[in-house]
Design a binder for this molecule. Structure first.
Ligand SMILES: [Zn+2]
Length: 184
């Protein structure tokens, strides 16, 4: 996504993990890390006095990073957004089939977060233009560890940029496709 790449280019980061906290602070936002209810990942508050990104300090570190990037996405992309976004945990990996404006915002913020934490240029250099097999859990896990993201977030991102082998872009995993037909 163009906006995420602009942010990265400005910051000059070329290697994972992308230091999301530094980027947020450099953008002029404050970070509030605090315990929140389990189903709340984070939030963005815009005020005349400044903007704040909140993140649930009880969540896994990788998830906190994705939340921070997601909220930064709202801040950069959605100038006409409501004053307050409150995100629950289910929003972050929402299926991309919804059409209401609010869901559009969530999709865009997730895409921004993926592109910021897992830039296509870094992924391509890492993989040397090879695919990563969706069924190779160890490879996905190792790569996710390098980027400090969850394997799930990495899988979605690899699929989006066309670097995930073993799956159709919109079809079921290869393993399911290869299952022999039921015998009657
Ligand atoms: Zn959101």
């Amino acid at each position: 996504m163009a906006e995420a790449e602009k942010v990265l280019a400005r910051a000059g980061y070329v290697r994972p993990p992308v230091p999301i906290e530094d980027i947020i602070v450099d953008t002029g936002l404050q970070i509030q890390s605090q315990p929140l209810e389990t189903n709340v990942s984070g939030f963005l508050i815009r005020k005349d006095s400044g903007a704040y990104v909140g993140v649930n300090s009880l969540h896994h570190r990788n998830r906190q990073r994705f939340t921070l990037a997601h909220e930064l996405g709202h801040y950069i992309l959605h100038h006409d957004s409501p004053t307050v976004f409150v995100d629950d945990a289910l929003i972050h990996f929402r299926a991309e089939t919804t059409t209401t404006p609010n869901d559009m915002y969530e999709m865009e913020a997730n895409a921004f977060a993926g592109a910021l934490l897992m830039p296509e240029s870094m992924l391509r250099r890492d993989l040397a233009e090879r695919y990563i097999d969706a069924m190779d859990e160890a490879a996905v896990r190792n790569m996710a560890r390098r980027y400090e993201v969850s394997p799930q977030a990495l899988t979605i991102r690899l699929m989006r940029v066309g670097l995930l082998g073993g799956v159709d872009p919109i079809g079921p995993p290869a393993q399911q496709r290869k299952r022999p037909p039921t015998e009657f």
